[in-house]
Design a protein around this ligand. Structure first.
Ligand code: PEP
Ligand code: MN
Length: 624
């Protein structure tokens, strides 16, 4: 690499750079072409040059051209999203692949697949050709196993991944599976890599038993160089001197690989640890470290499994793990979606007739959290219809210009978004889904502005309230209101005034090419916004866990208590209760209630009838 030094750098600054290079073990030579000063230094694959870029004497670091011609980020900066049936790996949602090590019988595979589907797995795994260390171990059911897998897809809707161990199997694999797995032992089987590179099917490439990251990506390079760009790489542990686990799970590979390549990375903690009780902790850690998905071995009767029973989770343990990662994912800006497949199926048909693209109306443009929420809820396939206000979102869905709308309902730091609750009463639309997003606010500016030079800060008024502690430390700044955080960023970019800054999302900073002066300026990092998806009709016929209702009670002592007693007597758990003044009728209130039940289900109707008799007004806002 070439390190261009600043013209006026001090000798001490240069010594610091030389020291840093020495500490990294990188040889270097000084050059002085036409008055400038350069250091030509060695490099190594995966070297993060960030430490050099931030040194005071460095003007620019020019890395060597990447050895990863097709898998490297230099040529392809944006993330690749790999589609397996209707499941996207590498997007906003965590894709969980699960199933037994091997397909043993139709009953076994189907029993596990139903559990996988019920608990939120989106792709089913199962080996039909098993590469076993011993030739005397079970080798898999072969084509019979593949036929069982195809039947499982038909019955459960789960796309299928299975391992290919030889180019000769290509034809029959294509007949039955949605994704081809290249196993750890075959990571450097170059004929096999070239073969799957020529097939029109996504590939999951596991890391070899003792492969370096460079060797692993080079194997991916083989597949891409044959024309197949739909590759997911899978970290499954490497062999080290440590015998307490089957392999050593290299979680640090995740951030390394994320920086080097645009390909998605998933983690297989089952083969990495080889022990059931170690699988969930490592799976949780993998999600926290930024993995795009997981591959988990699950078996309903692991004691009798023909292979890898000791590392297979019981279905209920898999369910518990899914709930854990559901909670962890938003912290790292992702989601686990328990209705992924139903939703994908439902949104593939639009209610607006042939030719119309399915769409979701949001207030604002890309860069606002609403846009990220819509991507996480529906995936990339829905067109986002940008509107100017929440009312326009309601209008768009009511007027059938959009199939769905997405609006914020509640901020964890500042409470309900009342205008949207009011419109849920006013319009004849229902809540059909919800999604919670962690919101990170950043102070951003054009590259010319330093923190000390900021005079004005642009943002949405609610966001100023979310960042009040930070803003209190800068009382001299003028706060300028913007309609949303993306417009605030756009304004700073377009005005190009040195004293301007915006508080916005990291996505908007990226989109508008603004520098982040300070990340995480929200008062509390536990800053979440809960969004509702609104539509005319429910998205899918799947069971609903939650409902939102609003009601008004007669003006007499105990009236509210009577309604609450109905919930208590019927063991209905309330997760939100809030009062809200009735517009135009001073000191009269409505109650918003979220409850853990499907209020429109037949078995709830006796409870609903009691509620109706104890209220003056009741509206079901939706079940989801
Ligand atoms: C498997 O996933 O079934 C498997 C054999 O894994 P690995 O190739 O990582 O050992
Ligand atoms: Mn296995």
């Amino acid at each position: 690499m070439i390190i261009v030094l600043k013209k006026d750098l001090a000798d001490t600054e240069k010594q610091e750079i030389l020291l840093a290079l020495r500490a990294e073990g990188l040889p270097c030579t000084e050059m002085q072409p036409r008055g400038g000063a350069l250091l030509v230094a060695g490099s190594r694959p995966g070297l993060d040059v960030g430490f050099l870029q931030t040194m005071s004497g460095v003007s620019e670091v020019i890395p060597d051209k990447s050895v990863f011609r097709l898998t490297g980020r230099e040529q392809h900066p944006e993330d690749t999203i790999v589609k397996v049936g209707s499941v996207a790996i590498g997007g906003e949602r965590i894709a969980v692949i699960a199933g037994p090590c091997a397909v043993e019988s139709r009953e076994q595979a189907l029993t596990v697949a139903r559990a996988v589907r019920r608990f939120g797995g989106v792709i089913f795994r199962g080996g039909a050709f098993k590469p076993r260390s011993s030739p005397y171990s079970f080798q898999g059911l072969g084509e019979e196993g593949l036929k069982i897998l195809a039947e499982i897809r038909a019955e459960t809707g789960l796309p299928i991944v299975s391992e290919i161990t030889s180019p000769e199997q290509a034809e029959i694999m294509l007949k039955y599976v949605d994704m081809l797995q290249v196993g750890a032992r075959n990571m450097q089987n170059f004929e096999l890599l070239k073969c799957v590179g020529r097939l029109d099917r996504p590939v999951m490439l596991k890391r070899g038993l003792s492969a370096t990251i460079e060797e692993w990506l080079m194997s991916a390079e083989y597949i891409l160089s044959e024309g197949n760009g739909q590759v997911v790489i899978c970290e499954r542990g490497i062999r080290t001197y440590e015998p307490y686990t089957r392999n050593t799970l290299d979680l640090s590979a995740i951030p390394v690989v994320k920086k080097l390549t645009h390909l998605p990375i998933i983690v297989d903690p089952s083969h990495a640890t080889g022990m059931r009780e170690k699988v969930a902790p490592m799976a949780r850690a993998a999600v926290a470290a930024g993995a795009d998905g997981l591959m988990i071995e699950v078996h309903h009767d692991p004691a009798r499994a023909v292979s890898d029973g000791q590392q297979s989770l019981y279905p209920e343990q898999f369910g518990d793990l899914m709930r854990d990662i559901y909670v962890i994912a938003p912290v790292v800006g992702k989601q686990v979606d328990f209705h992924y497949l139903e939703k994908a199926k439902a949104v593939s048909v639009t209610e607006r007739g042939a030719g119309a693209r399915r769409s979701v109306a949001i207030a604002g443009e890309p860069g606002v959290p609403d846009h990220k929420a819509s991507l996480q809820y529906f995936g990339e396939e829905l067109e986002a219809v940008e509107t100017d206000s929440y009312r326009e979102v309601f209008e768009s869905v009511s007027g059938e210009d959009s199939d769905y709308g997405l609006i914020p309902l509640e901020h964890s730091l500042t409470g309900s978004v009342h205008e949207n609750y009011d419109m849920l009463i006013e319009y004849d639309l229902r809540i059909v889904g919800e999604i919670t997003l962690r919101i990170v606010h950043c102070l951003v500016s054009t590259p010319a502005t330093k923190l000390a030079g900021v005079r004005r800060v642009h943002s949405e008024p609610t966001v100023f309230r979310h960042c009040d502690r930070f803003l209190e430390t800068h009382p001299e700044w003028d706060r300028v209101a913007a309609q949303d955080v993306a417009r605030a960023a756009r304004r700073v970019k377009e005005r190009g005034e040195p004293g301007d800054a915006a508080i916005t999302t990291p996505e908007a900073a990226d989109l508008f090419g603004l520098q982040v002066l300070e990340e995480g300026v929200e008062t509390n990092p536990r800053n979440y916004t809960r969004f509702a998806v609104i539509a005319k009709n429910p998205i899918a016929d799947s069971p609903k866990r939650k409902s939102s209702i609003v009601y008004q009670v007669p003006d007499r002592p105990g009236a509210l208590l009577e309604t609450l007693k109905i919930f208590a007597d019927n063991k209905v758990n309330l997760v939100k209760l809030e009062s809200r003044p009735v517009a135009g009728r001073p000191w009269e209130y409505m109650f918003y209630v979220d409850l853990e039940a499907d209020v429109e289900a037949a078995d709830f109707s006796p409870v609903l009838e009691q509620l109706i008799t104890h209220t003056d007004y009741l509206k079901i806002l939706g079940s989801y």
